[in-house]
Ligand binder design. Structure first.
Ligand SMILES: [Mg+2]
Length: 92
């Protein structure tokens, strides 16, 4: 099964509300992994794994709302450019 169909299946099985809650849960797990590593107890791989979980949930939600990677990247680049300009002006 390709990723698009897998996400479609997961969204149809669990629904957008549950998958949105899963995104929040995965974000929490990522923060926990980062905090653990910063306290000297965790490992880098756990952070990578939790990042992957967050990406998977984000991709599902993006697919639900018919938002593609290019559309998001366009806005990301715009925001990064704005931040860069603010940095140069000493506003950040
Ligand atoms: Mg996780």
């Amino acid at each position: 099964m390709d990723t698009v169909n897998l996400y479609k299946e997961l969204l149809s099985r669990f629904g957008i509300e549950k998958q949105t809650l899963m995104l929040a849960e995965e974000q929490g797990e990522l923060i926990k992994a980062i905090n653990k590593k910063l306290r000297g107890k965790g490992d880098r791989l756990s952070i990578v794994e939790e990042m992957a979980d967050v990406v998977i949930m984000l991709q599902q939600i993006a697919q639900f709302f018919d938002i593609d990677k290019e559309e998001v990247n366009l806005i990301v680049n715009k925001k990064l450019k704005r931040t860069e300009e603010r940095l140069a002006k000493g506003e950040v």
